[in-house]
Design a protein around this ligand. Structure first.
Ligand code: TYD
Length: 196
């Protein structure tokens, strides 16, 4: 028998290993017989595609950027997240609206307003796993070097995001994990949190 459906979200700045951990968790849950859907935001849907394209064709205005993330997420919630959880499946998300609070917050919007706009339609996660890493190590892992074009901007933005994720770790559904540890140790922490 499948337990009640669950929404498990993995967040953290770039370089913390979110997608690797999402895959390991999905495999561990499937091995226990759970129906698992692994997904990510931005999605591969029309709004998510526009957002990805903007990374190469030029960044959107902050208003459009937030609007596209909201539209992408609304579709994700209605078409995949809610139906899966309602039929007793587990959804594992690599990024969710906490990333909007962090990244669009880093561009100057108010994170608490971003949060209310999202929570008007997006369900709270049952479990939020925050993968933490200091910004210097994260930049090394993603291959950004000191003095490189955009390096300073990127550092500032990631620092804002990391600090915001650290604040979110105080939420009752959140768990913080230090990702200086190796992949298998982090995976074991995640399994303990999800009781598998
Ligand atoms: P993606 O190519 O999926 O990379 P990653 O492996 O880092 O997740 O791009 C996601 C980017 O989109 C990442 O830089 C964070 C950003 N993002 C936002 O700015 N707001 C959001 O709401 C989400 C979900 C992601």
């Amino acid at each position: 028998m499948q337990d009640q459906g669950k929404l498990i979200v993995i967040e953290g700045i770039d370089g913390t290993g979110k997608s690797t951990q999402a895959t390991l968790l999905a495999e561990a849950l499937r091995a226990k017989g759970h129906e698992v859907i692994q997904s990510h935001e931005p999605t591969n849907g029309p709004w998510g595609k526009k957002l990805r394209e903007s990374a190469t064709t030029g960044r959107l205005t902050i208003t459009d950027e937030l609007d596209y993330f909201l539209k992408d997420r609304q579709q994700h919630v209605e078409e995949l997240i809610k139906p899966t959880v309602q039929r007793g499946g587990t959804v594992i998300l690599d990024r969710y609206y906490f990333s909007s609070m962090a990244y669009q917050g880093a561009r100057g919007l108010d994170p608490s307003e971003i949060r209310s706009k999202n929570e008007a339609f997006a369900p709270l996660p049952d479990i939020l796993i925050i993968l933490d890493l200091d910004v210097n190590t994260a930049l090394e892992r993603i291959g950004v070097r000191d003095g490189e074009a955009n390096e300073f901007e990127k550092r500032e933005a990631l620092q804002f995001c990391r600090d915001l994720f650290l604040k979110l770790a105080n939420e009752p559904f959140a768990h913080l994990i230090d990702t200086q540890q190796d992949i298998q140790t982090v995976h074991k922490c995640i399994k303990a949190i999800c009781r598998i």
